[in-house]
Design a protein around this ligand. Structure first.
Ligand code: FB9
Length: 519
């Protein structure tokens, strides 16, 4: 209801109150043919004025029409409608009494309006009026007193009318009654307080029962949701998260420890961000460094090595890590130093590549990496773990393609058939770390380490249908996308899949928040 409409309704209420004294809102609504709910709302708004009106709750039981009763008022009773179907010469009964007219037909015959002779229905004592329709119209117009109790009982039995309880207000003049309404202020302003004007104003009372506006909560970026889901998958599989809080890494841990030769193109500035300050690292485990130097230059541990003169100065160069495998190397070395025991590690964090930028590649991405170290692991174990991991991500059709990595042998690219895209897509890379990487660390000879990696951005972009990486990360991101993006469920039977979307999203944000705060 608009404010002006309410003002006019308020004025009508005050004028009526002035003229008749007290009145009942329901009677008033009937009188002016207005919706009773609107009248009650207008009266309640007048209660905002100090002692302008008083109200008292009233309740009454009324007769009201059922939907069929309304139909009788609008179209006539069923018996009258059937009677009017029959011409003076009559009609075969089959044409008059059908599934839809049976009740009306029986009633018309019972009333003596129609008779049946040898299968022909003929008019008999023609009714002068449709009494039922007239009675129901009285009830519709709240003149039920014009209908006898006996008739009401019949109509109630025919489910044409029913009794309803109507709650209304009895309105009377208050101590400060007036027909001249003063404007109700909604807000108390600093100016009103400063000038004292508030003393002469009428304020709408606080409605302590009204719901406040929901405070705009935070929103999780799609990458964070996917990260939380993948983190959950690793945790469910018994993996421990590695400490990846060092974007700056030495070339030693990022490349040399992984048996990546110092001439490898990946170590060129066009692929890697080297630091100018601090340019070099100097703290390395000396014994381990010597082993790495030896295996690169002269070989060892059954390997012939690369046969070049390994330079410590090259290993000292600081860079932005190009993969989280540098962290995996640190963890495996730590495992060897502390005394080997089987371990399952994972990491999800930023890595940096000085590469050509395009619609799906920035100079950084979030790498996901899983590592398992145990005695006598095989490629079969790797394939088994990958199948389980990607199944939990909703991908159960995997294919493996031989590939090359400097630090893993054998290596495999991982492909999955994506139903949504209708094609096989590359979903990661994997392999078995080479002995030239593991044995210099001091790991036992029968210990193998299998590992795999993928990115966070690719699954996120596919899940949320984002084509350009700049619509996912960076200054161009449409924050509304962050607000609106739905809960992320990578697998088909996500742990939240049984919940409705709203509850699911609420629970998911709690899950993600707890995972984030636990990180
Ligand atoms: O994430 C990738 N693809 C992907 C993953 C999930 C996915 O889910 C969808 C819901 C269905 C969809 C796609 N890729 C790896 C494959 C390609 O996107 C590739 O073009 C881009 N790759 C990145 C590197 O590119 C510079 C993704 C990134 C990547 C590649 C390899 C590794 C990690 C990340 C690795 C590794 C590794 C190997 C052996 C041992 C340890 C780590």
């Amino acid at each position: 209801m608009g404010c002006n409409e309410e003002m006019s309704l308020n004025d009508r209420i005050l004028q009526y109150l002035e003229s008749v004294g007290g009145f009942d809102t329901y009677d008033f609504a009937q009188k002016i043919k207005e919706d009773h709910v609107k009248i009650v709302g207008a009266v309640k708004s007048l209660l905002a004025y100090d002692e302008l009106v008083t109200t008292e709750n009233r309740s009454r039981t009324l007769w009201a029409l059922t939907p069929e009763g309304n139909e009788f008022v609008n179209e006539g009773s069923k018996e009258m409608r059937v009677f009017k179907l029959v011409p003076s010469e009559g009609l075969p009964i089959a044409q008059v009494m059908t599934q839809g007219t049976k009740i009306g037909f029986n009633k018309a015959v019972a009333n003596g309006w129609l008779r049946v002779e040898k299968g022909i229905v003929k008019p008999s004592n023609a009714p002068t009026e449709d009494t039922v329709q007239i009675h129901l119209d009285h009830i519709f117009k709240n003149c039920s007193e014009k209908v006898s109790q006996a008739d009401k009982d019949v109509y109630k039995k025919r489910k044409l009318i029913e009794q309803v309880i109507v709650n209304s207000l009895y309105v009377d003049k208050g101590e400060k009654f007036t027909v001249e309404l003063q404007k109700v202020e909604n807000d108390l302003t600093a100016e009103m307080i400063a000038t004292g004007a508030w003393k002469d104003l009428v304020f709408k009372p606080y409605n302590y029962n009204s719901m406040g506006t929901l405070p705009e909560g935070g929103h999780l970026h799609p990458l964070l949701k996917v990260r939380a889901q993948i983190r959950q998958i690793f945790l469910e599989m018994g993996f421990t998260e590695m400490p990846t809080n060092n974007y700056v890494e030495s070339s030693f841990w990022n490349f040399d420890a992984l048996f990546q030769p110092q001439q490898h193109p990946a170590r060129e500035a066009h692929d890697t961000f080297f630091l100018s300050e601090p340019a070099l690292s100097h703290q390395f485990p000396r014994d381990y460094l010597e082993q790495v130097k030896r295996v690169h230059s002269r070989g060892g541990f059954g390997s012939q090595g690369y046969g070049y003169e390994w330079q410590e100065e090259e290993a000292q160069k600081n860079l932005l890590r190009t993969h989280t495998t540098a962290v995996s190397a640190r963890m495996l070395y730590k495992l060897a130093k502390e005394g080997f025991r089987p371990a399952k590690y994972f990491s999800i964090d930023r890595v940096f590549r000085n590469e050509e930028l395009d619609a799906t590649h920035l100079a950084e991405f979030q790498q996901v990496e899983g590592v398992i170290a145990d005695h006598n692991l095989t490629l079969g174990n790797l394939i088994g773990v990958l199948s389980e991991f990607f199944k939990k991500m909703g991908m159960d059709q995997l294919r493996f393609k031989p590939a090359y990595n400097p630090y893993t042998e054998p290596s495999m690219e991982i492909f999955s058939y994506h139903n949504g895209l209708g094609k096989w897509i590359e979903v990661g890379n994997s392999g078995v770390f080479r002995p030239e990487m593991l044995l210099p660390m001091g790991l036992p000879e029968d210990v193998n380490v299998i590992a795999w990696g993928l990115s966070l951005e690719r699954p996120t972009m596919i899940k949320y249908g984002i084509d350009n990486i700049r619509d996912l990360v960076g200054p161009r991101v449409d924050l509304q996308m962050v607000y609106d993006n739905p809960i992320c469920r990578l697998d088909k039977n996500g742990i939240h899949s049984m919940l409705d979307e709203e509850e699911n999203s609420r629970r998911w944000d709690i899950t993600v928040f707890s995972l984030l705060t636990a990180a």
